[in-house]
Design a protein around this ligand. Sequence first.
Ligand code: PLP
Length: 407
Amino acid sequence: MQAVSQFMGLVDEAGAMPPAPTMSSATSDPVALIDGREVLVFCSSNYLGLATHPEVKRAVKDAVDVYGLGANGSRLISGTTDVHVALEESTARLKGSEAAISFPTGFMASTGAIGGLAYLPFFARMTGFALDERLPEMVVVSDALNHASIIEGREAARARHATYAHCDMRSLEEKLAAHSGRRLLIVTDAVFSMDGDIAPVPEIVALARAYGAQVLLDDAHGTGVLGRSGKGTLEHFGIEPADDILQMGTYSKAFGALGGFVAADAATTDYLRIAARSYMFSGAVPACVAAGALKAMEIAEREPQRRVRVLRHRDYLAHGLRELGFTVIGDGTPIIPILIGDDRAGMELSDELYARGLLAPCVRWPAVGRGETRIRLTLTADHEREHLDVLLDAFGTAGRRLGILPQ
Ligand SMILES: Cc1ncc(COP(=O)(O)O)c(C=O)c1O
């Protein structure tokens, strides 16, 4: 206890505790209320602006009348309603897979899927359902910049793993070759959450097929946003869904709700219902939240202009920031990271933007590598062009004043 207090004293002294503003409004609206003040939000993952859509709110309210608040049990015990089943069916349709399984969060979908797949040989032995073949141990082959949920999944499963350099196909192939003969699971963010770039999925799938590996694609940020009809990163690349590609995703971003999913063949999703601990041993998402997510998916499909609008906003803002002299990374997604490098400069810039009524958080180590401090912006279809212009103006003025940009 004393060590924790001492550590936190040092964190406070260094001003290193991330500020977490308390909003008394929808967190996802472009304009939020913080301490009675209106602030323009540039850090919500509500990419399509569906979290506060009137039809979504109506669906949630109607479901509360029928199902009440909580699901009051895990999905296997008492937590499954017809809404959960409909949400999974709709997810499978969207992702072009035979079936889907939903989890309380996207984080838990990743940990559950990786853990469950790694667990198969032990599970088969334990349950006495002998498999025809003796399965080798699984090796999780993971991109160096994968999301924390993937790292957590492989750590919790105590799975053997290998890490390849970010989006580096030569490095991936080396790792696959080094572990050939084992059960291989390549895991990658489809859209990298802190860098906003898109994984080279066609090359990854080709290598997976050459080495007999399965792919688990974390499409948390691509689902609903990428591809001609919003199906996500596979559609973006024109890749047909297939049984050797498991698609993980979340309802907490483009669909404005909460919960995660894995879309795959029915044997895999059924298996995860009895092998994924984060599914079996945690309460289900409330039916009212599932009903909201279901409605949001329906609207996303019906209103493709939302996707077009958020990606147009992205291009406009990224172009404007580059014109000002900032280093913008990532491409083609509503995540816009602006590299600053130095922690203090990043925090000062974020503070100055906040003083001007703009919420644009600074992301530091350990969320990103040391020396890779950045302002990470995310956009929604509900932003207006004027919001982006206000932000660009503030970035220019603050950047020059703080010496990040030349005077
Ligand atoms: C790439 C990625 N995967 C998974 C998750 C977890 O999703 P959820 O918010 O539903 O737990 C996130 C969210 O931060 C993410 O960015």
